[in-house]
Design a protein around this ligand. Structure first.
Ligand SMILES: [Zn+2]
Length: 220
């Protein structure tokens, strides 16, 4: 999870649809703007180029019970179906950290361990929204309570491992050729917030910055 710059004004269909009895929050202007703002990446798991994107509500509208939440641009997020499904549990009803307002990298340390992820709060005691975001991210990589979730959680972990290996390969090469322009360009792209699983990669480099001082500008 990384900081997202949400663009304004809100897509114009939202106000119009909110005034209707059975309005939709998924008109093309909303979908296109969310896809672009979120770099077509699930804001929860970090998977890129989603095949099954969904418009997710940070605070659930509960089948329209909370009408204003349903069409509130600030409450609409871009997620994959897996994460949206996992988040649909009562314990997340009060929302999770809002990555459009707060930089998750300032709150959470993201690490890939041997065969799991590890998330640590930067504060001694995380606030409730950060704690719930951490619990949710752990779940989307680990929850295996249905056959499909075994597959989907595993797939995300494997994709994350692949992306981290790509980073490690390039970091290894950088040690041998610290002034290589091509390598630095590759690493700059790999460490962009737009990239897949960016929080994990950026966090790794931050934690090993003394080994790679030339990458400082890429993780700002
Ligand atoms: Zn996801």
């Amino acid at each position: 999870m990384v900081k997202i710059e949400r663009s304004f004004p809100a897509p114009s269909s939202l106000a119009k649809e909110a005034a209707k009895k059975n309005g939709s929050y998924e008109k093309p202007d909303v979908v296109e703007q969310l896809k672009e703002d979120f770099h077509n990446k699930c804001y929860i798991c970090g998977l890129k180029n989603l095949q099954d994107p969904q418009v997710e509500h940070l605070l659930p509208h509960k089948n329209g019970k909370y009408h204003e939440r349903k069409f509130d641009w600030n409450n609409l997020f871009w997620s994959c179906g897996h994460c949206n499904g996992v988040k649909n549990q009562r314990k997340y009803d009060f929302g999770i950290l809002d990555c459009c307002k707060i930089d998750p990298e300032q709150e959470i340390i993201f690490r890939l361990k041997q065969n799991d992820i590890e998330l640590l709060s930067r504060a001694d005691i995380p606030d409730a929204e950060t704690a719930r975001a951490m619990e949710l991210i752990m779940e989307v990589f680990n929850l295996k309570n249905t056959g499909l979730r075994v597959y989907k959680s595993d797939m995300r972990l494997k994709e994350l491992q692949k992306e981290m290996n790509l980073l490690f390969d390039n970091l290894e090469k950088l040690k041998e050729a610290p002034a290589s322009g091509i390598l630095l360009q590759k690493l700059r792209v790999l460490l962009k917030r737009e990239s897949a699983f960016a929080a994990f990669k950026r966090c790794y480099v931050k934690e090993h910055l003394s080994d790679y001082p030339e990458l400082t500008a890429f993780i700002q």
